[in-house]
Design a protein around this ligand. Sequence first.
Ligand code: ADP
Length: 319
Amino acid sequence: MKRIGVLTSGGDAPGMNAAVRAVVRKAIFHDLEVYGIYQGYSGLINGNIKKLELGSVGDIIHRGGTMLYSARCEEFKTKEGQQKGIEQLKKHGIDALVVVGGDGSYRGAKALTEQGYPCVGVPGTIDNDIPGTEYTIGFDTALNTVIDAIDKIRDTATSHERTFIVEVMGRGAGDIALWSGLAGGAETIVIPEDNFKMEDVANRLKKGHERGKKHSIIIVAEGVMSGPEFAEKLQEATNMETRVSVLGHIQRGGSPTAFDRVLASRLGAHAVELLIEGKGGRAVGIEKNQLVDYDIIEALAMPHRVDLDMYRLSKELSI
Ligand code: ADP
């Protein structure tokens, strides 16, 4: 193997740049050539491919987003699209590919691997919902952004003695809601993994009020329902007025935390190591602070589990 490619795909996440930097530098350290594929699978199909040098990834470790850009590409879900991608890789003499992205991007990497083209997946998404790793690149940064917002909202909630509903990202996974809710001292956390009852939320609020607690923060993962919808239903159940804050895309941006930079550096370098060892079709991750890798097909089939012990703890601490 002489030449590898790297792309970022799907939703961007802080720390993707640090991962790209690690892939490029680790590869060059081992005398490989590295090509950047711009705009994810869309750029792969269109041949938007350029050689990267050591300096190409200078000054990016602290930047959010991705210097390689990201894109969604429906065409790549088809065999024809994938074939076009493989033709481009062959044309540029690229022997193997590192894909930084979420589970959709992994499916693309899996499709290429099944067609004989070695790929390694690196988990880059703020949602922390990729199997085969305890943490995904970007999750810690997003979490800190959410906590910063909760702390600010809490000031207003306290001053005005109000209940605030904060909608955070997480369609299928409640990790952002759970971790930020626990770290931010939220009174209630609503995650897609639990069948919550509005009645229970209402009762907790009423009990708090009876004890003299006049303000509350409720964190709702977007996968359960939107913040405004939740507020409407809660008002029906309690007759209490609430305020809603939808945090939205601020959760995806910003300079990556030290944790995400270190994680991205380790995972990106590990992906290159695997390719050097001739191991394609793998997904890298971290478990108990050790680097691990799984067959990408098996990884995709593994369920992601939110930490239910932590969920119970959050309830115990917010009585
Ligand atoms: P994420 O990687 O963040 O989960 P998406 O689900 O949007 O984001 O996936 C990113 C891209 O990966 C898609 O736009 C598509 O190009 C590719 N992809 C997703 N699913 C598949 C699939 N089943 N087969 C091939 N490529 C896929």
